[in-house]
Ligand binder design. Structure first.
Ligand code: HEM
Length: 422
């Protein structure tokens, strides 16, 4: 894909971030002041928010950056049809928002039929990912040497396939109307958690390493994927998981965290190649590592697996680590005018994200120390406003830069071997 095409898909990914972030703001302020009459189904809105973030923001953004950087690493052109795959992925991701907003994974009456719109659109999204995986396999088949980013993407896509198995399981439960709480949880977390911790983390690390001038020759890739696999079990509710399965998942999680820390330290050493968003993103990664260590302490997981602590953990992982690092990588693809505005927007993003994550910890801990949750709810709501405003400004600036820069700037997109791509 050319630089211009990449930037078009990145603009769509940023637009998804903006819409999903404002939906998050709606939920956060709704929790304090009540929800408007047109937003009464909280569960469905939460699904619309999380699926647009997953499918439209992170997945589309990662795929666009992978396609953009791959030819420089393989020395081969991309397969024909990549543009159509990306267009289909973008369209399906955007459709997930209204589909889930209606009724989440439940049934929606359309004329005489009751349709599981969310499950249907999730299935169509999954099909476009399989096409991505097929093209990727063709583009990288038989490479004599697989550079570190390619190895990370190989395993990221393997984990994406495993996670999609969870989505298929969820759909099977909906279509067969099976009420099995264990399977419902198992499939939900196989999908959502493996998708986030597996596909997002490994693919993002691959993108970051592809931006570095001299990456180390050896870094954990297969071992990281292997250890990450069982960690989705920790998303299930404690009552549903046997002690043996818990310890398998918790030890694997601690091992995966150590390997993530190895990547984090090595990336930090090469921060000059990676832009200013790397430092706050790595703070989020450090949070993930610390939580993995804390879960080995007896009773910590049982007490914190659900509720507000999970919301904190998810947003530390997905907002502070994944989204901040992805935003930094995307900004490199839009060089040009408005550097000062971008610096301000980045600062507002970081302040908002850090304040929101801190408020979410406070929200989780407040009842345990006999404190009211209200100040923390206010804090999370106002912090979320900062995040949404910053995301909107960054999207607007990217749009301006895309229009102003057009062809002239496309050769500056990649720091490493950029010209080979075009
Ligand atoms: C502007 C930043 C964001 C705000 C204001 C926000 C807000 C929220 C809120 C209010 C909830 C519901 C919490 C509850 O049930 O108590 C939520 C859940 C969630 N969010 Fe976010 N969020 C943001 C960013 C993100 C990002 C970047 C991602 C992923 C890339 C994400 C993924 C999720 C997930 C997976 C859930 C749980 C969904 C579920 O359990 O169904 N959020 N978010």
């Amino acid at each position: 894909m050319s630089g211009i095409q990449t930037r078009r898909f990145l603009l769509i990914a940023l637009a998804a971030l903006v819409i999903a972030a404002w939906t998050g703001v709606l939920m956060r302020f709704g929790m304090v002041y009540g929800f408007p009459f047109w937003a009464q189904n909280f569960g469905a809105i939460r699904h619309a928010h999380s699926h647009l973030m997953y499918f439209g923001w992170v997945t589309l953004g990662l795929m666009a950056l992978i396609w953009h950087r791959l030819p420089a690493l393989t020395g081969r052109p991309l397969p024909r049809g990549v543009r159509w795959q990306m267009a289909a992925t973008a369209l399906m991701a955007l459709l997930s928002f209204p589909a889930f907003w209606a009724n989440g994974y439940g049934l929606t009456q359309i004329g005489p039929a009751r349709l599981p719109l969310g499950a249907m659109v999730a299935a169509w999204n999954g099909l476009t990912w399989f096409v991505f995986i097929g093209f990727y396999a063709r583009a990288t088949r038989g490479l004599p040497v697989r550079p570190v980013p390619v190895q990370l993407w190989d395993w990221a896509l393997f984990l994406l396939l495993l996670a999609s198995g969870g989505a298929l399981g969820l759909m099977a439960l909906v279509f067969t109307r099976t009420e099995n709480p264990f399977l419902q949880q198992f499939f939900l977390h196989q999908f959502l958690d493996l998708f986030a911790v597996g596909w997002f983390s490994l693919a993002l690390l691959g993108v970051l390493w592809s931006m570095v001038e001299e990456p180390p020759r050896r870094l954990p890739t297969f071992s990281l994927a292997l250890l990450v696999t069982p960690t989705f079990l920790l998303g299930m509710s404690p009552g549903a998981l046997s002690p043996l399965l818990f310890w398998v998942a918790a030890l694997a999680n601690a091992g995966a965290a150590l390997l993530l820390a190895v990547h984090g330290v090595q990336l930090w050493r090469r921060r000059a190649d990676l832009g200013p968003m790397l430092a706050p993103a790595l703070a989020g990664l450090a949070g993930v590592v610390l939580v993995a260590g804390a879960l080995l302490w007896p009773g910590v997981w049982e007490e914190n697996a659900g509720g507000q602590m999970r919301v904190f953990y998810l947003h530390n992982l997905l907002l502070l680590w994944v989204s901040t690092a992805l935003l930094g990588a995307i900004e490199v693809a839009f060089p040009g005018v408005g550097r000062r505005t971008l610096r301000w927007a980045n600062a507002v993003w970081v302040i908002g994200v850090v304040a929101m994550v801190v408020a979410l910890v406070g929200l989780a801990l407040a009842p345990r120390v006999g404190m009211s949750q209200l100040p923390w709810l206010h804090g999370a709501a106002w912090a979320s406003l900062f995040v949404a405003v910053a995301a909107t400004a960054i999207w607007g600036l990217a749009l301006v830069r895309h229009r102003v820069g057009a062809e002239k700037l496309s050769s500056q997109v990649l720091p490493v071997g950029a010209k080979a791509v075009h």
